[in-house]
Design a protein around this ligand. Structure first.
Ligand SMILES: O=C(O)[C@H](O)CO
Length: 459
């Protein structure tokens, strides 16, 4: 990125640079480089140290959007100590010893299921002298799909699709997925026992709960049929019979006492999360001469509400200098949802941006949001970037209709407002930037007065 340093870059440039900096910092190669190192046979993993000579085999298993790139990076760190591995991902990567199996996202497919079964078989093959490094990332719930005995892939897919469209958040969705799968809820680690298992987690969930990221393949015992049933009844009109029957027939899938002992040889490390992207974006903003403020990494809720709120805070900054004097960049992360009805095309970050246009009542503000995996909703766009120019006053009614019909993609595409990154090979949740350019000297006098008793207004 080269810029003319005589004047600060435009809000548009700053927004895009911040978002790209966030994605770059969360790239698995970067993350593995920062958190894993090897000196001879001594491997350090996020503070834990292993002598690889103590193990007869070192195996990499896992799944998720970032699992391919994680596998490639682990291969180069482990060198000749690596025995073999299998991961499943929708973002292929070049590897030599680890098989990277192609899979689909966000819905489970036959090839996902077949890869998950092979990964479970490889885990069962491990013994007490095996070190299993589990590469786990967002997207893993769909990619590592091994429905539990008695549940068909079709039913698992139907329920996943229904929940994804229902507005349920990822904690609720994965409460169901954990209870219906033999690889989730610690299933991968359980299969590898008595091996030493180290979960390396790139988190795309708010709060980084390891039982929620990819539904916790290496994190034991959070699933209960009661909780799963409650979510299904809350969000779906109909539940496939084989799923009802399987849940009814189960007491609980939580770890048995002897399993709890086995999990003593399992540790989990979150090696990247939403803050990885937020911090990099904030640094990028500072480098451009804009003051950064991270609002929160935990913002969820309906995407269009979040879009309007973010834009309103940006307008406040420009109008009154609160909570920050421009030039400034407000950043946030987390994961918004869309309660879909109809068959429009779009995604949460596109709805976030489109709804923001309703509040942007003046030039100088850019609002942008992306899913860091590069695929927002079920579209090929990462998200969208909007400003005052994106929608003319005459187009407001059409914009409202696009929002109402959850059809943001074509509307934003027609206005060149989509951000396209392609699949990024990582996933640390959503990243949003509200960029507020330098305030004009002729800022509205009435608004100055309105804030004249505020603590931040000094002119
Ligand atoms: O795969 C999943 O479950 C989601 O991406 C959250 O990690």
């Amino acid at each position: 990125m080269t810029h003319d340093h005589t004047k600060p870059p435009s809000p548009r440039t700053v927004a895009l640079d911040c978002l790209h900096a966030g994605i770059d910092a969360a790239q698995p190669r970067e993350v593995v480089r920062r958190t894993l190192s090897r000196d001879g046979s001594m491997l350090t993993v996020a503070g834990e140290t292993f002598d690889l000579d103590d193990f007869s085999r070192v195996v990499v298993l896992g799944g998720g959007n970032a699992a391919g790139e994680m596998a490639a990076s682990l291969e180069s760190v482990l060198g000749e100590h690596l025995t073999h591995g299998i991961v499943v991902t929708d973002t292929p990567a070049e590897t030599t010893r680890i098989k990277v199996r192609p899979g689909d996202h966000p819905l489970p497919t036959e090839r996902n299921r077949d890869a998950a079964r092979d990964i479970l078989d490889a885990a069962r093959d491990a013994d007490s002298e095996t070190l299993v490094l589990a590469a786990i990332s967002g997207g893993g719930s769909a990619l590592l799909s091994a429905p539990a005995d008695g549940i068909s892939l079709d039913s698992f897919r139907t329920v996943t699709d229904g929940l994804l469209r229902s507005g349920a958040d990822i904690h609720d969705i994965n409460t169901v997925r954990r209870a219906l799968s033999s690889v989730k809820d610690g299933g991968l680690a359980r299969a590898a026992v008595p091996a030493r298992v180290v979960g390396l987690i790139v988190s795309d969930v708010i709060g980084d709960d390891p039982s929620v990221v990819a539904s916790g393949p290496t994190y034991a015992g959070q699933a209960t049929p009661e909780n799963a049933r409650a979510v299904l009844h809350d969000f779906l009109d109909a539940i496939p019979e084989d799923i009802e029957t399987t849940l009814d027939g189960r007491e609980t899938t939580a770890a048995e006492p002897d399993e709890a002992d086995a999990f003593e040889r399992v540790t989990n490390h979150v090696i990247a999360d939403n803050w990885t992207a937020l911090n990099a974006a904030a640094n990028q903003a500072s480098e451009h001469g804009y003051t950064p403020l991270v609002l929160s990494s935990r913002i969820g809720g309906e995407a269009s509400d979040v879009g309007r709120t973010h834009a309103a805070i940006g307008v406040e900054c420009l109008a009154t200098g609160n909570p920050l004097d421009p030039p400034a960049v407000l950043l946030s992360g987390g994961e918004t949802t869309v309660t879909v009805d109809g068959d429009g095309v779009g995604g949460p970050n596109q709805e976030f941006a489109l709804a923001a246009t309703r509040e942007i009542d003046r030039p100088g503000i850019v609002v942008a949001g992306i899913d860091t995996d590069g695929l927002d909703g079920s579209t090929d766009a990462a998200g969208a970037l909007v400003d005052y120019e994106t929608i003319s006053p005459e187009q407001q009614a059409a914009a409202r209709a696009a929002l109402r019909n959850h059809d943001a993609y074509p509307f934003l595409d027609d206005r060149n407002a989509l951000i396209e990154t392609g699949e990024t090979g990582t996933n640390v949740n959503d990243l949003r930037a509200v960029v507020i350019g330098q305030a004009d000297d002729d800022r509205d006098e009435r608004e100055r007065k309105r804030t004249s008793d505020g603590r931040r207004w000094t002119s």
